[in-house]
Design a protein around this ligand. Structure first.
Ligand SMILES: [Zn+2]
Length: 282
């Protein structure tokens, strides 16, 4: 079994436009058309059984609508293999009631994206959301570290993350992109061993710009294989979740890369599905 704990899709009517604009903003190539149908095709090619969708809410007005879409998708999960998390925006006022609503309807967690939500992770508005989510036993997945499209400020740095861990002590806390995108030295030094999950999305893969776009070598530099293995060993394979960040990387290629690393069979099973199955009750 394989579970991809980090994927994105967009409504069919606007997927083309959204993928094109995000490709431009992130200067990163998309590997699917960005729809659920395209994701299902990709899952088939990669032998992935379940993909977890992480919706990103860029304004408070989207919260209920996107959570409703997530709930609808989850009614079809048995046949599609697609399970959606919900989301929250720091400026959404009735966060406690909305989190309660989605938790009561079986959503296993929420995604927060500090860079796209223009708010530092240690902001009071996030602290209260994460605290409420922990109380409701919702997992919280954070876009950790820099964002490829917003390189001037780190909205979810290791210091911010440590504040959350030491004040709220959440049990189901996931840091995407191996603890912090482009922040891997600090992750290795300061976060390994903490009670937090890392997902492997968009860390080990090659960073491929869309055709015709030049991206300097420094920006294209991703997590090196040796450091990836060191972080996993130091942190513990029971706290690592396989994620591809599809459409921003190729699912089959991402699975292959993880399988080629120097991990025991048990560690590999933990990373590829066991940890996610347990954490998100899949
Ligand atoms: Zn992502």
């Amino acid at each position: 079994m394989i579970i991809d704990a980090h994927t994105h899709t967009f409504p069919p009517a606007i997927a083309d436009k959204v993928v094109a604009s995000l490709q431009q903003k992130a200067q990163s190539k998309a590997y699917t058309a960005g729809t659920d149908t395209a994701l299902q095709q990709s899952m088939k090619e990669a032998a992935i059984d379940i993909s977890l969708l992480l919706p990103v809410m860029t304004n408070p007005g989207q919260v209920e609508k996107l959570n409703d879409i997530a709930l609808q998708k989850n009614e079809q999960s048995q046949s599609t293999g697609i399970v959606s998390l919900g989301g929250m925006h720091p400026d959404y006022e009735n966060y406690a009631a909305e989190l309660k609503r989605i938790a009561s309807r079986g959503i296993p967690g929420i995604k927060l994206h500090p860079a796209y939500q223009n708010t530092d992770l240690d902001d009071m508005r996030y602290l209260r959301i994460i605290e409420k989510a922990a109380e409701l036993e919702l997992a919280v997945v954070i876009h950790a570290g820099l964002d490829i499209g917003i390189m001037h400020h780190n909205f979810a740095s290791v210091a911010h993350i440590k504040t959350i861990l030491s004040t709220i002590h959440p049990d189901k806390f996931v840091l995407a992109h191996m603890g912090g995108w482009k922040d891997w030295d600090s992750v290795e030094a300061e976060l390994c061993g903490e009670n937090v999950y890392f997902d492997t999305s968009f860390s080990l893969v090659a960073y491929v710009p869309p055709e015709g776009v030049f991206v300097p070598e420094q920006k294209r530099q991703m997590l090196q294989k040796e450091q990836f293995e060191r972080i996993v060993k130091k942190h513990g394979a029971e706290k690592i979740l396989f994620g591809s960040d599809s459409p921003w990387s190729h699912q089959a290629e991402s699975v292959k890369q993880i399988k080629e690393l120097n991990f025991s069979e048990e560690a590999l099973k933990n990373i590829l599905y066991k940890n996610a199955k347990k954490l998100f009750s899949l």
